[in-house]
Design a protein around this ligand. Structure first.
Ligand code: SF4
Length: 477
């Protein structure tokens, strides 16, 4: 999972770019980078959080009316400076690019870029594949008389060749800013704009909350297969280049996106409340009567409060959170995740002691964090602990940009009774996939990590390759 932002205006964009990128920090904490353009590309990248990489001095070195910013959580490629986005190349134009997602035909594409164009990739980041595929296609056009149509044709060719999930923003030097998404629109990308005395500024970002902070107007989402080009005079061109369906990631609503973001015209907080209400019927059916409902802060708050409201049971904040520790889900190794979970949460004894506690979390991935939390609640004196997952059991790995775990690590593949025993809970309730699909029956989401039905038809060809590659990466840790 990554966060991306691109802005193009008339005056220096670095302040807005950096501020906007900060609002996306939750989407990636392993590295970050910014590229701006003024005559040439100016770049600053580093490992770690935005605050650690960018200071006053760095801002002075990033001039220009256009720029791209990226926060990264690695899915393809290692956590090295070499793999930190944005990437730039100099042919056929100066081109800078960022993306969020995961290319699944990585090896095949790398081979064909070498065989067809003699391009030897320098990194293990899949962005390089998208960038070179796009630039190679663009290079076939009449470069002296480049048109918007020819740019969209190059996007379409790229969409045909690059299989997987990607929301990309690119700047073609002295021509304009281009945004495009894969044919299924799996990862989010939203457009924003702001009228200023100097002219209009346009932008693209992973989440609308970014534009709220910047006081830009949110124009709306980029649709599956769509490309948007903004030329240097700020004329906007949009075209669906190659669409194959709609399979937006349901997990963006469950966990990844901020609650104040409007993703695909839905407020994330609202969707979490609807999902929380759905859980009530399962709790009633199981005959559970908790004294209090608490949440695992902070992504489970809306599930827990709406569930409590629906059941008429008090919601309490039973776990205090240290907000200065990163999200445990997106730490790189199991050891890091466990250490982070311990540092991050502390039970509030007076609230927990002697109570039948229903604790709501957004999901259960490996189960180790959940088990630690259950033990915390027991040590704080909980009489009984019921664990409620707002997501259905996660049984399959995500190959579209979320490095959850490999299949064998997913606890959701086991029987519920076994999971209950492992977590040491008195009851375990999962959201039902059928209920979730019924809630969104008018729409088309990706539910593959629950159902195993991957929307991109070529996925099964690459699934074992991807799993083997991940296993290899884990073995090296
Ligand atoms: S597999 Fe799961 S996490 Fe991955 S895109 Fe689909 S719904 Fe989202």
């Amino acid at each position: 999972m990554c966060g991306i932002i691109g802005l193009t205006g008339y005056k220096s964009v670095i302040n807005d770019l950096l501020f906007g990128l900060t609002t996306l920090q939750h989407r990636g904490q392993s590295s970050c980078g910014i590229v701006t353009f003024q005559d040439v590309f100016h770049s600053k990248k580093g490992l770690g959080l935005i605050n650690n990489v960018f200071d006053e001095n760095a801002l002075q070195t990033l001039p220009g009316h256009t720029g791209l910013g990226h926060v990264r959580y690695a899915t393809q490629g290692t956590d090295e400076l070499l793999n930190v986005q944005p990437f730039t190349i100099n042919y056929p134009f100066g081109i800078a690019m960022i993306h969020n997602g995961n290319v699944i035909n990585f090896n095949e594409l790398r081979k064909s870029l070498y065989e067809d164009y003699h391009i030897l990739l320098e990194t293990s980041n899949d962005l390089e594949l998208i960038l070179y595929t796009f630039s190679s296609e663009l290079g076939k056009k009449d470069l002296k008389n480049l048109t918007v149509d020819s740019i969209f044709e190059a996007v379409e060719k790229t969409q045909q060749m690059v299989i997987g999930a990607y929301s990309a923003v690119t700047y073609i030097a002295n021509r304009g800013m281009l945004a495009f998404v894969d044919p299924y629109g799996i990862r989010p990308l939203v457009m924003g704009k702001k009228e200023t005395p100097d002219g209009v500024i346009y932008g693209f970002a992973s989440e609308s909350t970014c534009f709220d902070y910047l006081q830009y107007e949110t124009v709306g989402p980029i649709e599956p297969g769509e490309a948007v080009f903004i030329d240097e005079n700020k004329n906007v061109y949009r075209e669906i280049c190659l669409a194959k369906g709609k399979a937006f990631c349901i997990f963006e609503y469950i966990y990844f996106s901020r609650e104040d973001s409007v993703i695909n015209k839905k407020l994330v907080a609202d969707e979490r409340m609807k999902m929380g209400k759905l859980l009530a019927k399962k709790i009633r059916k199981a005959g559970l009567h908790p004294d209090i409902i608490i949440d695992v802060p902070s992504s489970a708050y809306f599930f827990a409060t709406s569930l409590a409201e629906e059941l008429g049971i008090p919601y309490r904040r039973g776990l205090a959170k240290n907000n200065h520790i990163g999200r445990s889900f997106i730490q790189s190794s199991q050891k890091e995740r466990e250490q982070t979970a311990k540092l991050k949460l502390n039970p509030i004894k007076n609230i927990i002691e002697g109570k039948k506690v229903a604790i709501v979390d957004d999901s259960i991935v490996r189960g180790t964090t959940s088990k630690n939390i259950v033990r915390m609640l027991r040590s704080a004196g909980a009489e009984q602990v019921y664990f409620i997952s707002a997501a259905p059991p996660i049984k399959n790995p995500c190959v579209y940009g979320i490095d959850m775990a490999i299949s064998s690590e997913l606890i959701g593949r086991n029987e519920v009774e076994e999971i209950k025993k492992y977590l040491e809970v008195d009851a375990l309730i999962y959201q039902s996939l059928e209920d979730l699909q019924e809630l969104y029956k008018e729409e088309s989401f990706c539910y593959a990590c629950f159902s195993g039905k991957y929307p991109v038809e070529e996925t099964s060809e690459y699934l074992s390759e991807i799993e083997t590659e991940r296993l290899g990466r884990q073995a090296q840790l």
